[in-house]
Write a protein that binds this ligand. Structure first.
Ligand code: ADP
Ligand code: MG
Length: 249
């Protein structure tokens, strides 16, 4: 076996991702530039670090489970005036995750609640945080079936090991007393441990009806809002205003 093959075998055994893939190019480059031993090794290690960071980022992005990708660059602040670019830029610094603050985006359909939540989550993933996105419906389903479904258990475990949870669309479907209790348990467990982004089309005054029990609703809202930035988003639906048609002249 020639030396390059041997090198690749060692790299594989040591799980060095980039070395096993790019050693030919790196060696050629070093020969061409007549690199010093130091520069050569530095190049090898830098490549490996970069490859690992890229892979970790891809894994975090996959685990986050975003239904679509949205960015702040795509968000039109002239259309949605109840939240400013300055506020969002502040949030993009992500120090609220370090100090375990929650964010709540409340408002009618189409005003950009999901867009902003995903865009913040996406940026958090880029900065190295572990993020989980879930709709409220899927969350309730996963909580209910975690004892009988491996997939649900996995989803719940990933929530518990995340730095940020995005719970989208609280309020579209009412939940039962049992489901509300499970939700309360989760919020209690995450309290002051994990940042939560919540979006809802319902104001707090309607949450009683939604969760079925005033005492439980107060307990949940108490925990969610203790350290929390609240955004009441108003205005027209972006979807309705920018409705696309195949048949328009
Ligand atoms: P909500 O969650 O409040 O119902 P979404 O965030 O899902 O609304 O927005 C609906 C659609 O409109 C999405 O495709 C989103 O990307 C787009 N959208 C909403 N508000 C804006 C905005 N201000 N600028 C650009 N796109 C927007
Ligand atoms: Mg939404």
């Amino acid at each position: 076996m020639n030396k390059i093959e041997l090198l690749k075998q060692h790299a594989k055994a040591l799980k060095l991702i980039s070395v096993s893939e790019s050693i030919d190019a790196v060696l050629e480059d070093a020969t061409l530039k007549d690199s010093s031993y130091q520069d050569f090794l530095l190049n090898v290690f830098e490549n490996e670090t970069a490859a690992r960071e890229k892979k970790a980022h891809q894994t975090r992005l996959k685990n986050a489970g975003f239904p679509v990708l949205k960015t702040i660059a795509e968000f039109d602040f002239d259309f949605q005036k109840s939240i400013t670019k300055k506020q969002i830029n502040r949030l993009l610094e992500m120090d609220w995750i370090d100090s375990v603050f929650n964010l709540m985006f409340l408002g009618p359909p189409g005003v950009g609640k999901t867009h902003i939540s995903i865009a913040l989550g996406f940026k958090a993933v880029e900065m190295g945080y572990r993020v989980t996105y879930t709709s409220m419906d899927n969350l309730v389903y996963s909580l209910k079936t975690r004892e009988i479904s491996r997939k649900s258990k996995g989803r719940i475990n990933s929530i518990y090991s995340s730095d940020l949870i995005i719970i989208d669309e609280i309020g579209y479907l009412p939940i039962t007393r049992e489901e509300a209790n499970m939700f309360f348990q989760l919020i209690s467990d995450l309290y002051e441990q994990t940042s939560i982004i919540i979006t809802s089309n319902k104001g707090f005054e309607d949450w009683n009806e939604l969760l079925g029990d005033p005492a439980l609703t107060t307990a949940i809202l108490d925990r969610l809002t203790y350290k929390c930035e609240l955004f009441n988003m108003t205005g027209k639906s972006f979807r309705l205003e920018h409705r696309q048609s195949l048949l328009r002249d």
